[in-house]
Design a protein around this ligand. Structure first.
Ligand SMILES: Cc1cc2nc3c(=O)[nH]c(=O)nc-3n(C[C@H](O)[C@H](O)[C@H](O)COP(=O)(O)O)c2cc1C
Length: 441
């Protein structure tokens, strides 16, 4: 298992508070109980479900899986009076390139996740939950299974949760490593044993989710924030971040950065502070060229745009996203045509092919950007990439199409000159003699 990065003084460790030092072993149940574990659940069991939802609403907790939807509001959409069983699903697919935080939470503090799920389940009156984990995370699946076993043994899970008379069951469910299966409706299809294609929304999962029953689907980090919200109050959690952006978030710093790793910072910390102070700046003393601020689908920022609070609203204002918290640093030597081509190769590979705009759009984006990477193709290709992307935005069955289109548009708009310059030096990239543009749309 990877070591958690040593804490930095500028971090605010709430989710990672059990790790004042780097460690290799997970916190098992005895240590968890010794350090205040399951106290939040005990408190939640003495509260009305509405009060739990209210507290989460007050906390201004927004989903940490990508879209940033307010968690308390999502939970309030579930009709607790529905005669159908209600379910809780943890999205532990962690598919967004650059994102590596959920494995840290499951790998080091598995009971925090279980406790968060139980509180979420209590809030909506659920009877069962699943942790949907990507199959490649074998060691984290084993850790979660062992922790779930411990929770059953101690009566936190099962027919009579902590003696409250409430019954709740939880198990892991293994995915097969498809990015699309992280999309919540495709995830539900996969959970039901079907091919992981997305569903049309509405109905949203809160109304008709797993097995057509009311379901909340939340990211690992989102659930992990819940115990401290219940213990310390929603107002306390909200005060850690900025208005409408409550609490802390895990940042996965990767790319050309001196100290890569997973860190926990208050929402709204300046992006340059995160990069330069916590991450130690661009590696090898090089200059910053660009940052992908929230996983591969978030539109790239040029270096001069990075003096900004890293929260959902500030990044949305400049046309990007906080997304899943993965911050990828690109130094001055980065070839942006290569970044573009690599990203589009990923999205074309991961498109499930269910809808035409995504299947066709990502395929063409991959082909055209591969040409630009090699320094062949034409200026028209840049317009074509922009046009294909615009024709995908908002028109695909699920947001995977948007996830491909948004970074493509940002790169060709912000780094147009660099890509054109590369086209001017095509001979340096040994094109096939007489190569013609592959497509003219
Ligand atoms: C293609 C695609 C992949 C996604 N992958 C993940 C993922 O791996 N993990 C995750 O939590 N959310 C992922 N999401 C977002 C989920 O659909 C959903 O918004 C999220 O699980 C809701 O939880 P949250 O409100 O706690 O963020 C993905 C979305 C799309 C469109």
């Amino acid at each position: 298992m990877t070591l958690l990065a040593p804490p930095h003084p500028l971090e605010k460790r709430v989710l990672l508070r059990r790790f004042p030092e780097p460690r290799t072993e997970p916190v098992w149940i005895d240590e968890y109980l010794r350090t205040g574990g399951y106290e939040a659940l005990r408190k939640a069991l003495s509260m009305e479900p509405e009060q739990i939802v209210e507290e989460v609403k007050k906390s201004a907790l927004r989903g940490r899986g990508g879209a940033g939807f307010p968690t308390g509001m999502k939970w309030s959409f579930v009709d607790r009076k529905s005669p159908k069983p209600k379910y809780v699903v943890v999205n532990a697919d962690e598919g967004e390139p650059g994102t590596c935080k959920d494995r840290i939470l499951m790998g080091y503090d598995p009971h925090r996740l279980i406790e968060g799920v139980l509180i979420g389940g209590r809030a909506i009156g659920a009877c069962r939950g699943w942790i949907y984990i990507r199959g490649e995370y074998r060691e984290y699946i084993d850790i979660m299974d062992r922790a779930i076993g411990e929770a059953y043994e101690r009566g936190m899970l099962g027919p009579n949760v902590m003696g409250s008379g409430w019954e709740f069951h939880l198990s892991t469910h293994t995915g097969a490593g498809s990015y699309e299966c992280g999309e919540e409706t495709a995830l539900l299809e996969s959970l039901e044993g079907k091919r992981g294609n997305p569903r049309l929304k509405p109905p949203f999962p809160a109304t008709s989710g797993a097995f057509q029953c009311p379901t909340i689907v939340n990211n690992v980090e989102t659930f992990c924030a819940v115990p401290d919200i219940i213990l310390n109050g929603g107002d306390w959690y909200a005060s850690l971040g900025t208005p409408k952006n409550g609490g802390t978030r895990l940042v996965c710093l990767s790319g050309h950065i001196a100290r890569p790793g997973v860190y926990e910072v208050p929402l709204g910390m300046n992006m340059l502070t995160i990069l330069n102070e916590i991450g130690g700046g661009v590696w090898k003393g090089r200059k910053l060229k660009a940052v992908i601020p929230g996983g591969s689908s978030s539109p790239v920022l040029k270096a001069e745009e990075c003096d900004i609070p890293a929260d959902y609203d500030s990044l949305a204002k400049i046309g990007s996203m906080l997304g899943s918290g993965a911050t990828v640093v690109l130094d001055e030597t980065t070839d942006m045509a290569k970044v573009l081509a690599r990203l589009m190769k990923f999205y074309a590979h991961e498109s499930c092919g269910w809808c035409i705009p995504c299947r066709e759009g990502t395929t063409w984006l991959k082909k055209i950007t591969a040409r630009l990477e090699e320094g062949i193709g034409s200026e028209r290709d840049i317009e074509t990439i922009d046009r294909i992307s615009q024709s995908m935005l908002g028109r695909t069955f699920c947001p995977l199409g948007d996830a491909a289109a948004m970074p493509a548009m940002a790169i060709v708009r912000k780094f147009r000159d660099e890509i054109l310059e590369k086209l001017g030096h095509a001979e340096a990239f040994a094109p096939v003699p007489g190569a013609q543009p592959l497509v003219v749309l």
